[in-house]
Ligand binder design. Structure first.
Ligand code: 13P
Length: 253
């Protein structure tokens, strides 16, 4: 089966000042391989988007994205940022991260409206899905992944599905120091691929499935080798330029 170009994305979460963010982006740029086989993506906090964009000097090796957006285009929603406000600043927007689903009670329906607003703004959504430890122990992983992926993707046009990336992040592996088991990741990718193909009417091979959850430079070579996985969504290790670039380098092997 043809595999899409991998994507290595760094989710900085709620970390770094504007100055620190620009410095990290510059450091990452200086350590990147000349022509990495993966597309590299940085997801800084909203406050750093402009400065990181400037530090990247429009380098075609690195794309920029936001970690979240509101579903409405504009209006009286104090403190929120819409997808259309992000257009011109970045190319990708992450929706449905488990920290948003759990800390801010974002349902599948809310995640879907956000994903649609990202598409409407001509940006590329990254749809994060993943089961909790409780769901895993109850044998519900396949059901949860199928439900979350269907809620995000079914009913979109073919072109819209093809603009999406799906990130499998088992909630219990995030920040735990221990990534999921290769067999389980492969099985999750297989389940997600079925939904992607259903949504794309059998022509969704270009839609990437990323793995996220305690990815490090050491674990990346094997994680990126799992069948069906085309990249990584990296949290903690993306805040350290050497570690993040080590993960990017792992996708070259
Ligand atoms: P860690 O890499 O710190 O486990 O975080 C993963 C994640 O949540 C990326 O979105």
């Amino acid at each position: 089966m043809r595999t899409p170009r991998p994507l290595i994305a760094g989710n900085w979460k709620m970390n770094l000042s504007v100055t620190e963010g620009a410095a990290l982006a510059t450091d990452i740029l200086s350590r990147l391989p000349g022509l990495p086989s993966a597309e590299v993506l940085l997801l800084p906090p909203f406050t750093c988007l402009s400065a990181v964009g400037a530090a990247l000097l429009a380098d075609s090796r690195v794309a920029l994205g936001a970690q979240n957006c509101h579903w409405a285009e504009s209006g009286a929603v104090t403190g929120e940022i819409s997808a259309s406000m992000l257009s011109g600043l970045c190319q990708y927007v992450l929706v449905g991260h488990s920290e948003r689903r759990h800390l801010f009670h974002e349902t599948d329906a809310i995640v879907r409206t956000k994903l649609e607003s990202v598409l409407k703004a001509d940006l590329c959504p990254i749809l994060a899905v993943g089961e909790t430890d409780e769901e895993r122990r109850a044998g519900l992983t396949a059901e949860v992944l199928t439900r979350q992926a269907r809620a995000g993707l079914l009913g979109l046009t073919h072109e819209e599905v093809c603009r999406c990336t799906v990130a499998y992040e088992p909630v219990w592996a995030i920040g735990s120091g221990a990534a999921a088991d290769f067999t389980d990741i492969g099985e999750a990718a297989r389940i997600l691929r079925l939904v992607i193909e259903q949504a794309a009417r059998g022509e969704g091979y270009g839609v990437r499935i990323l793995y996220g959850g305690s990815v490090t430079a050491e674990s990346a070579p094997s994680l990126l080798g799992v069948e069906g996985i085309a990249g990584a969504l990296v949290g903690g290790a993306s805040l350290r330029a050497a570690d993040f670039c080590g993960i990017v380098a792992a996708s070259d092997r």
